[in-house]
Design a protein around this ligand. Structure first.
Ligand code: TZP
Ligand code: MG
Length: 238
């Protein structure tokens, strides 16, 4: 059985935002800072260069045990031995991608609406990229932001791991985790950061902090027989 990846801090690349730096250097710095997964997503890149970039990242990330996911291109994922693909609603259908890539591959799916989240319940995807949660200038054709309430609604109806994407950064990562996301995916927050390693480290602090509070609260609810607030509240002597 394949191990579920750690989605806490998912870096999605965009070299156009990287201040002229090579994207591999940004990725390496982000991983040093604590990025747990990386998606190669370069919308303005010819296939040959995309494959070369993918190979470079696979080498770098494989050595560090960080999964590399390829955006859209199942053929490129196979060619470079990537860990999986991320597909959008208009890309190759999930079933076909699974057939081509096999049971061990990680397959992620973009979800922009509640309806899409409902429809994804029957699919054996490994995670959902849910967003945009907040407004973003990075993806010009992005749907209307779901907001934290939309993210929470999707969490409530979905059995899959959820990564929140779109306008995510230090100021709102905690909100996404509180709404039930398993991790946060960022493009500009890290790619455009002056110091990507430091940004990744700070994001991880926020995300890990919010996740540990959520886990503690879940445990408290379980011990309290499913009723929040019954067990473990300070000063509660019932
Ligand atoms: N999918 C939904 S929003 C988005 C993608 C790829 C872009 C997110 O970019 P940023 O810079 O983290 O807002
Ligand atoms: Mg796509």
């Amino acid at each position: 059985m394949k191990q579920p990846p750690d989605w806490r801090l998912y870096l999605v690349t965009d070299r156009g935002l990287a201040r002229g730096r090579a994207i591999a250097g940004v990725v390496e710095a982000a991983v040093r800072g604590g990025a747990t997964a990386v998606q190669l997503r370069e919308k303005n890149c010819e296939t040959r260069e995309f494959v070369e970039l993918g190979r470079e990242l696979k080498k770098l990330l494989g050595a560090r045990g960080v999964p590399l996911i390829i955006n859209d291109r199942v053929d490129v994922a196979i060619e470079i031995g990537a860990d999986g693909v991320h597909i959008g609603q208009q890309d190759m259908e999930y079933e076909r991608a699974r057939k081509v890539l096999g049971p061990e591959a990680i397959i992620g799916l973009s979800i922009e609406t509640i309806e899409q989240a409902r429809a994804s319940a029957r699919l054996g995807v490994d995670y959902l990229g849910v967003g945009p949660v907040f407004a973003t200038a990075t993806k010009l054709d992005a749907a209307r932001p779901l907001g934290v309430a939309g993210l929470a609604e999707i969490r409530a109806i979905s059995r899959h791991a959820i990564v929140a994407i779109g306008g995510m950064g230090l100021e709102n990562a905690r909100q996404a985790i509180e709404a039930g996301a398993d991790g946060v995916a960022v493009v500009s927050a890290i790619c455009a950061a002056e110091d990507p390693e430091r940004m990744a480290r700070e994001l991880r602090l926020v995300i890990d902090g919010a996740l540990s509070i959520r886990l503690r609260e879940q445990r408290t609810v379980e011990i309290g027989g499913g009723q929040p607030g019954l067990a473990g509240a300070p000063g509660d002597d019932q």
